[in-house]
Each structure stands twice: as structure tokens, then as C-alpha cells.
Write a protein that binds this ligand. Sequence first.
Ligand code: 13P
Ligand code: SF4
Length: 303
Amino acid sequence: MDNTIIEEIKRLKKQRNAIILAHNYQREEIQDIADFVGDSLELSRQAVQVQCDVIVFCGVHFMAETAAILNPDKTVLLPEIEAGCPMADTVDVKELKEWIKKYPSSPVISYVNTTAEVKALSYACCTSANAPQIVKVVPFDSIIFVPDKNLADWVKKQVPYKEIIAWNGFCPTHHMIKKEDVIRTKKVHPDALVVVHPECRPEVIELADHVASTSGMVRFAKASQAKEFIIGTEIGLLYRLKKENPGKNFYPLKSTMICPNMKFTTLESVLLALKENQYVIKVPEDIRIKAYEAVQRMFTLVS
Ligand code: 13P
Ligand code: SF4
């Protein structure tokens, strides 16, 4: 059954001159059919580089929207329209505008996990792969950082001389991890290195051997001499880690670290996306132009 679907996806992909981009948290079978699998930064770079008419984005809404911001001439499809990011949804645009008025000398740096409207109000975007570098190089002593308070805290530790006015958002999948979870898992695998995502709580980050974006974790595991790793991020990443590092062992920090939105996308929904041209992600041009500036500035600030 899956083989028939995969063949049909391949046929339609060719017919429509489409490519499939998938985030590291996607289901195994989606990662297997994708042309490129990566973290938010890599996927946004890919979205600019790819030569095609259609991008099928297997991820969540803000990721497809970022691709649409960068590619007004391509059709960007999100196979599951309900696949959102609860952390991105914590930013209320009206309230953010009030913050901007209240702190006129503190421009907004927005994590890429935000809506196009929020990006349009931002000086620059950042991802988990470049947030500290972006905050370091922007020409301001004070910034508003939205929406992840945990990422803001991690950045602050590396750029202590700047003021960071942080939004109170967090990722439910990463924020659920407590210090005790690290201690417990470390007891079971005492020789394993603890690698966590910067969306984790500060007290969890404190216990980690390494902190990185999802693809940063893949690079770290490949380069490391260690043979065992405890992985503090959404469990979908373990598929890639195991596949690309045969001889090494990877354990989830907690097996319940699942982002339900990342799991919505199935082979069936990818097939339907290509067949029915759904769901087209488009950003109103006035918002897109401003949001484009913030995303583009991220690329130029840390090329
Ligand atoms: P990465 O950019 O590190 O892949 O993270 C995306 C994300 O949604 C983390 O929860
Ligand atoms: Fe959003 Fe967290 Fe899911 Fe990433 S893992 S998409 S930050 S809810």
C-alpha cells in the first residue's frame, strides 16, 4: 500500500516539478521520501535555493509560511493545514505592538517560530542555530525577543551585556522536560553525553554536555568520539541520528517528547497535497515584504 502511494507521490512530484522539504521531527516515512530533511535554518535556506514550481513543506505552519515569504513566485503547500506551533501562537500582535511602543529603542528579534505578521514587526529573525550570533551582531544594546523565554535565557547567558526583554512563550514539548528527567536518564546511561535543544528549561540546559539546533545535534553526534547520547528534543530526530550514525546509540531524554503537530503529516496527506494542490500558503503582499526583510536580514547578519 505504502509503495503505491510513494510511487504516486514520485510521479506527481515530477509532473508538477515539485520538491519535498521535511523537518527533522517528521515521521520516518516522510523523512524517507523528502528531497531534503533539516532544521528550520537549513529548510529556509533550501526554500531559497531550490529550482522548482512547487514546494511541499512537511512541517508546521510557520515553516511553510517562511518558505512562502521567501518565494512569492512558487506554490508552497502545507499538507496538513492544522499543523501549527503552539509556541508561535502565543504572540498576540496587538500586545507586541504595545511592547514596541513601550520600548522604542529595543527592536524585535523574532524566533522563526512566529507568524508572518510578527516577522513583519521584527528587525531580524533567528533560529535555534543562530540566535546567540544574531543577538550579538545586531547594532542594539537592548532587544525584545519573541516568543521563547527558554531560548531567550540561553541567549542571554551568551550575550550577558545586552538587555533582552523576553516574551513569556515556550514549547510544550521541550518545556515538559524537568531536571529530574535528565538525572534519571543519566543514571540509566551513565556514559552517554546529554545533548539538548535550547527550547529546554534553563535548569535542563545547565545539566547538558551540548546544546544545539536539531541539525546541530546531528553534526555534533557525527563529530563526537562518544558512542552514546541522550537526546533532549522531539523524538523524531532519533530516526536521523540512528540512520546517519550506525555504531552509536541514541536514547530519548523522555519518550513522551512528541510534537503532535509535527506528526500530522502522513504519506496520504502528501499525496493529496500534490493531487489537490492543498493547502496553498500565501502571505498578503504588504506583510510579506516586511517579513521578508526580517528573514533576509538574518541571512545577511550571519551568512
Ligand atoms: P530546529 O530549528 O532546531 O530544528 O527547531 C525547530 C523547532 O520547532 C524546535 O522545536
Ligand atoms: Fe512548535 Fe515545539 Fe512543535 Fe517545535 S516542537 S513546532 S516549537 S510546538
